[in-house]
Design a protein around this ligand. Structure first.
Ligand SMILES: [Zn+2]
Length: 395
């Protein structure tokens, strides 16, 4: 009779959100840990159990969450062999960081800092200097990169310490502001195909006695957004990227370690009004809101001055148990963006921050017509989007 009591979820307080493991098991901890192993000064090895290697390669697969990888052993036999198991794999999940989105995560990888410090805390955020929304993936409108994110990257610090450092990615990323603030240091090698990227990454890895190489593949995320996790095109991409990982693993030079990771996972959201709440059609959610930022599963809400607490109350009432809804100060105090927030970053965060708990979205059919039609989505703190693989191959 009372059995349902045991199944009740945790009460939906801001504190009940499963915050990323900054400083012990997050994406931002990876490069500093590898850098310590290569004797780069002033770095902290917060993923302490990784054994040092002279040559380190990070392969970041956009959108491949830990749960999605675990659910598809047939499509990803090589990566599956690297999971923690009786077969001796050491792979495990780490957390992406909040929000679980590409611009935020690439900045976390490259700077080794959580979002509250590097200052890219969302897909779109308000620029306090102009009052306008800024898209941090596309860098629109243009904003001076070195002012927006002033910290050096781990690549720059490694390069300065004499480590051979390189990035291998699609040619069109070479001169983007996001590459500049997140990935610069050493040399960038643009290669169109996945195979060419793997071969160049292996070549660059061998080019120094100590080396740090980053490489990237985008289309698992692309197919997931368009067709959904588990769709045929998504599975095809997973099979392809699994072969890429194997190709790179088989070319590792001596004294090398390859780490396969991702920037976030993904979750499919059904196409109905219960799961997709349209901000542009919802007068209650719009009341008192000056700007809507973030993305469907991780919203930054910027209130008209004076309306902050009314917006918070209203969003909590409308969204109920489907979202964790926090004021800026509550989200910061709960550690969503990291252990501390740089002063320049504070007002980039919404007056209200809403993170999806269920398979739901706050779409914006007029403001964001393309994004509102995506099948697969990400951004929040659920395991499906927050947990990413950390797989290791050593030569
Ligand atoms: Zn994406």
């Amino acid at each position: 009779m009372s059995q349902h009591v045991w199944d009740d979820p945790e009460p939906l307080t801001v504190e009940s959100a499963p915050v990323p493991e900054y400083g012990s098991g997050s994406l931002a901890d990876l490069l500093p840990t590898l850098a310590v192993g290569m004797d780069v000064p002033d770095m902290t090895a917060s993923l302490g159990e990784l054994s040092p290697a002279d040559r380190n390669c990070v392969f970041l697969i956009d959108g491949l969450g830990w749960e999605q990888l675990k659910a598809h052993p047939d499509e990803a036999p090589f990566m599956t062999s690297l999971l923690g198991s009786s077969r001796g794999g050491t792979g495990r999940p780490i957390t992406a960081g909040y929000p679980a989105t590409t611009a935020t995560s690439l900045a976390s990888v490259g700077t080794g800092l959580p979002p509250g410090a590097h200052g890219l805390p969302g897909y779109t955020v308000r620029n306090p200097e102009t009052g306008e929304l800024m898209n941090q993936l596309r860098w629109i409108p243009w904003t001076k990169p070195g002012t927006w994110q002033p910290y050096p990257t781990v690549f720059q610090l490694a390069d300065a310490a004499g480590v051979h450092t390189a990035q291998v990615s699609a040619p069109h990323f070479q001169n983007t502001p996001l590459t500049k603030i997140a990935l610069s240091g050493g040399t960038f090698h643009g290669r169109l195909t996945g195979e060419d990227r793997m071969d160049m990454a292996a070549e660059q890895l061998a080019a120094g006695d100590r080396s740090l190489v980053y490489t990237y593949y985008a289309e698992v995320d692309g197919k997931g957004h368009r067709f959904g996790v588990d769709s045929d095109p998504w599975r095809g991409q997973l099979m392809y990227v699994d072969r890429l990982v194997q190709r790179l693993a088989e070319q590792l030079p001596p004294r090398a370690a390859l780490y396969v990771t991702a920037d976030h996972g993904m979750i499919d959201v059904p196409f109905d009004e219960q799961h997709r709440i349209d901000f542009d059609e919802d007068w209650e959610l719009r009341a008192g809101v000056a700007l809507l930022g973030g993305e469907g599963r991780a919203r930054h809400v910027y209130a008209v001055p004076g309306a902050e607490s009314d917006v918070l109350t209203c969003w909590r009432e409308v969204l109920g148990e489907q979202f964790w809804v926090a004021s800026r100060d509550e989200a910061i105090a709960a550690g969503w963006f990291g252990p501390h927030i740089d002063e320049r970053v504070y007002a980039r965060i919404g007056d209200v921050v809403a993170a999806a708990r269920d398979d739901v979205l706050i779409t914006a059919s007029e403001r964001e017509p393309k994004e509102s039609l995506m099948v697969g989505n990400h951004g929040s703190m659920t395991s499906a989007e927050q947990h990413i693989p950390l797989l290791e191959v050593r030569s």
